[in-house]
Design a protein around this ligand. Structure first.
Ligand SMILES: [Zn+2]
Length: 986
């Protein structure tokens, strides 16, 4: 799954670049809307063998009258008592019929294993009812008289179990336990170890109301008609809401699907259609698909829609297609082209053939995440797949390429080889996040993806992992809410960052060879983190390397946080020590206490460095759980550690060390690579945040930015500088801080100009600098943006794609109600997903309190703003100083509804908490947030709430340490600079 949701203007408001991963639930579409399927065709499944349907509201529990007591009440199933149960309920679990549910663990026993599913589904897009039937061939691993299987919100209408040659086995008891989403079948005889059985279950359900399971989505056709589609999103635990199944990633099986549909629709599945049959007098057809490869339930996907597609054959003879609503199919060309390129590249890079005959990429109008890697049928948020060169920015184009590269990497990492359990989610997501840069680089070599890795992955991961409320990469999880909660920056970005660090010390070739071996050894199976280290160790040993891969990497995967390496240089001798870096000092009484570790918060740190004497020759010392001392030579003027920021740690220099580096940057900054420059900016501003050094030192370093022309250091610097703007919002130094940033960007603003030309990185930089100029109140920039906005609104004058963010945002920020309403109209009528997203961001910039309030209230109505976009609106409004308090008020006022919409098992709830509180800076705010959340449930957002509270404490801490020092420096510096700049009071 991908967390990408490209944000052109995130930095503008200076909020932390820890973009929340979005997995939302969606409320019901409006009743009575025109749908594309007719009512009379609702119940064809009856004619397909579902005569014995017993309809009962919601979940039905069957218990045969007069059956004996269940064999295993209060006990685990035999043969699986060895698996420890997690927090067993203190009171016995009670099934829906009031009986005790005999299985207490949230995980399934492994006494039977599924081999093959034969699923028939008929989703009715008019009534929203789904009729289904599943036949599961399974084998007994242990002797047992019970089968426990997942099912969630399914109305089970019939069930049976047969031996190999059809002889039925009596089912004595059928129980449903909704809290664990489990069904229990108590049998009248023992299943024999090694024997095969056939379990059949008929069920009814409805297309779901959220963005998970089997759910309804819609789009507006060219004729203005609302068209519906039925689609799936199963990761991590929602396959069980579409059909009964053994819904754990290690319970792999093959899947055969029959999907009933109306003739005007198409149906898609992981595999191609084998045959399409007409269903007698019903007017319906059924698509029988080819049997899938052995795979996990969470990767199953199917869609019924009326889309169009574009296709081609890859060099390796795989049919690649992009599906989209007919109104958007013209924007599918880039995705097809870039996917073809990356897919062929991966086939060669992984050295393992893609085992399916086709790969479909489909845009879904309502989609919680960025995309989902279902094997052979990848589903995407529209903004992550559609690209129109005339309208879409370079940043959004990069987002499309990166998400495609991420999902295609999963076809091997995750789909072919799957983590054994969700605790090792990072094996899927960390690798896909690492590979997405390599895949994108293959397709777009001019985009400097290695450098961009720093600002997209490494720096955001370091920022979050410096909180005490972080967690280790490998972390135990069991229930759905816990599983949902680790689809976060740590699994994705820290995971990718430590792989990048591993690559830096074993080399790209050795890493690639190790990955190939890992995939070959585990294909069609499951693996744990240690299997990866074992494969890499085999390869490194073969190449005569004595590195203890597992020993090194365990220190990075099993412990939360990362080290701060403190270095001093005296008489040519370096002393480097390591300690866990925790940014919020209020909690630092014992940083090792909250998350215990047997390793003791020490790491194997590959301490690379370059010096003034040997600026192009990287040297390295290993800090093997220890501190180190070594010679670098007496003539050395500066030493830069962590070359290229490839290592997942921060470096704190002594006063002389910083002075040498700051002097180098100010006098000859290109002596260091742009990655190293960005790294120094990131480290020094973060150390200020932690109270380790004075803010004035970071400002001294930032003076070099007047000469900086590269995108990566500017990206890093603007993130930090605008965070300070936000922190200073209520203080006199706020204006001076804006003026100071303006003096830094002004020469670049003049140099870069308003022509949307140049390389990819130059365009990215232009977009950032123009936004920054407007934000700092540059009168020329504001006038220019307002002029372009006006001409666009009145005459429809074309705005180049990379200027749109700044033009739209400025137009609304300084505009009238009429301007805002125009954006609302464009948001509703545009068929360009990137344009719609920009409209949402622009509308959040309004200064009109009434419009702001109305915009916020629209988020509660899915007819106005799709639920997938609610988080974006709340994030953007919260970044607007005028929207901060209204957003917080709205979230509190409607918490019950928000909590219901975004669910207990969804990460969105955590992202919303962070969005509306991360800009708070006072003890009063902290108390208010604490007191509100003391009394309400946040479900899977617990950790996010802890991180949000820690962030507010951190903001308070920043003031205590830096307000006087920073104000004094700005006072002095700006007096000297004698700037004449007018400043936007915001
Ligand atoms: Zn992913």
């Amino acid at each position: 799954m991908s967390d990408h949701d490209v944000d052109d203007i995130a930095f503008l408001t200076g909020s932390p670049n820890e973009s929340g991963f979005m997995v939302n639930k969606r409320a019901m579409y409006e009743p009575g809307a025109v749908m594309v399927c007719s009512q009379k065709r609702a119940c064809c499944v009856v004619s397909m063998g579902f005569a014995a349907i017993i309809a009962v509201a919601l979940i039905v529990a069957f218990t045969k009258p007069g059956c004996p007591e269940a064999t295993y009440i209060g006990e685990p199933v035999p043969g699986f008592s060895s698996r420890p149960t997690h927090s067993p309920p203190t009171t016995p679990p009670t099934a829906t019929n009031g009986e005790e549910f005999p299985w207490r663990d949230v995980r399934l026993p492994f006494h039977v294993r599924p081999l093959h599913y034969n699923i028939t589904l008929h989703p009715n897009l008019t009534t929203r009812l789904v009729e289904g039937h599943v036949t599961i061939k399974l084998t007994a691993i242990e002797e047992t008289t019970a089968i426990i299987i997942h099912g969630h919100d399914l109305n089970i209408t019939n069930y049976s179990l047969n031996k190999k040659y059809g002889k039925p086995i009596e089912i004595l008891k059928f129980l449903v336990y909704p809290p664990h989403q489990q069904l229990y079948l108590g049998l009248n005889e023992i299943l024999r170890r090694g024997s095969n059985y056939t379990l059949k279950l008929g069920f009814r359900t409805s297309l779901k109301e959220g963005l998970e399971g089997f759910y309804l989505s819609s789009y507006i056709s060219a004729e203005g008609e609302r068209r519906y589609l039925a689609t799936t999103h199963f990761e991590p635990t929602s396959a069980r809401a579409a059909f009964p199944c053994f819904d754990e990633p290690h319970m792999k099986a093959q899947f055969f699907l029959s999907l009933v549909r109306e003739p005007q629709h198409i149906a898609l599945f992981n595999m191609p259609v084998q045959e399409t049959l007409s269903l007698n007098d019903t007017g319906l057809v059924v698509d029988n698909f080819e049997e899938s490869k052995t795979m996990s339930t969470y990767l199953v996907a199917f869609v019924v829609c009326d889309y169009k597609s574009v296709s081609n054959m890859t060099r390796h003879n795989i049919r690649l297609s992009v599906y989209a609503p007919p109104t958007m199919i013209g924007q599918a060309g880039y995705a097809l082209q870039v996917a073809s390129h990356i897919f062929d590249f991966y086939q060669d890079f992984f050295g393992v053939k893609y085992p399916l005959p086709k790969q479909d990429l489909i845009a879904i109008p309502d989609f919680g995440a960025g995309a989902m890697e279902n094997w052979g049928l990848i589903t995407y948020r529209e903004t992550a797949l559609m690209f129109d060169g005339n309208h879409t920015s370079s940043r959004a184009q990069q987002g499309v390429a990166v998400v495609i590269a991420h999902e295609l990497a999963h076809q091997w990492f995750g789909n072919l080889v799957t983590m054994s359990w969700w605790s090792d989610l990072w094996l899927n997501e960390g690798f896909a996040s690492f590979m997405e840069n390599i895949g994108t680089k293959a397709a777009q070599p001019g985009w400097a993806m290695e450098e961009q890795f720093l600002v997209e992955k490494m720096q955001p991961a370091l920022a979050l992992d410096a909180l005490l409320a972080s967690h280790p990469i490998s972390t135990p999880v069991r229930d759905p809410a816990q599983i949902e909660s680790i689809f976060d920056t740590i699994s994705y970005k820290k995971g990718a960052s430590i792989i990048s660090m591993l690559e830096s010390f074993i080399g790209h070739k050795m890493l690639a060879e190790g990955l190939q071996l890992y995939l070959k050894e585990n294909e069609f199976g499951n693996a744990a983190t240690d299997d990866l280290w074992a494969a890499l160790t085999k390869v490194t040993k073969k190449h005569n390397s004595e590195l203890d891969i597992k020993g090194i990497m365990d220190t990075w995967t099993l412990q939360a946080g990362f080290p701060l390496v403190s270095v001093t240089l005296q008489d040519g001798r370096v002393s480097a020590s390591q300690a866990r870096f925790v940014v919020c000092e209020e909690n630092v009484t014992d940083p090792n206490e909250p998350l215990n570790t047997t390793i003791g918060y020490r790491w194997h740190v590959p301490l690379t460095y370059i010096t003034s004497e040997q600026p192009h020759e990287q040297a390295m010392y290993w800090m093997n759980l220890t501190d180190v001392e070594f010679e670098v030579g007496k003539d050395v003027k500066w030493v830069k550690f962590n070359v290229g920021q490839r290592g997942f740690f921060r470096v704190s220099y002594d006063a002389v060390g910083w002075a040498g580096l700051i002097s180098l940057l100010r006098n000859n900054h290109t002596a260091l690579s742009s990655a190293d420059r960005a790294n120094l900016v990131d480290d020094i501003f973060t150390l200020v945040k932690a109270g380790t050094i004075n803010g004035s030192l970071a400002l001294e370093l930032s003076l070099y930015l007047k000469n900086e022309t590269r995108y990566i250091p500017w990206h890093t610097a603007l993130e930090h500088l605008f965070q300070w703007v936000q922190l200073l919002f209520n203080y006199p130094a706020h204006t001076q801080m804006m003026q100071y940033i303006h003096t830094l960007i002004l020469p670049h603003y003049k140099r870069i100009g308003w022509n949307d030309t140049g390389t990819h990185l130059e365009r990215l930089l232009r977009s950032k600098i123009l936004l920054a100029a407007v934000h700092c109140g540059d009168t020329h920039a504001i006038q220019e943006a307002k002029r372009m906005f006006h001409e666009w609104r009145v005459n429809g004058t074309f705005i180049p794609p990379n200027l749109r963010a700044v033009v739209y945002c400025t137009g609304v920020r300084y505009g009238t109600e009429e301007d805002w309403r125009h954006c609302w109209k464009v948001y509703n009528s545009s068929t360009i997903p990137s344009e719609k997203k920009l409209m949402l961001m622009a509308m959040a910039k309004t200064q009109n309190p009434w419009l702001m309030q109305q915009f916020l209230e629209y988020t509660l109505d899915s007819n106005k703003i799709r639920h997938q976009d609610v988080l974006t609106v709340l994030q953007e409004v919260s970044k607007n100083p005028s929207g901060r308090l209204p957003a917080w008020r709205m979230v509190r006022q409607h918490w019950a509804q928000i909590s219901q919409l975004f669910g207990q098992g969804s990460f969105t709830i955590g992202s919303i908490i962070k969005a509306v509180t991360s800009t708070f800076t006072s003890a009063f705010d902290l108390g208010e947030v604490e007191s509100f959340f003391k009394d309400v449930s946040v479900g899977s957002g617990e950790r996010a709430l802890a991180q949000a509270l820690e962030t507010i404490r951190l903001n308070i801490q920043w003031h205590e340490h830096n307000l006087d020092d920073v104000s004094h420096w700005l006072d002095q510096h700006m007096t000297q600079a004698e700037t004449q700049v007018e400043v936007d009071p915001q």
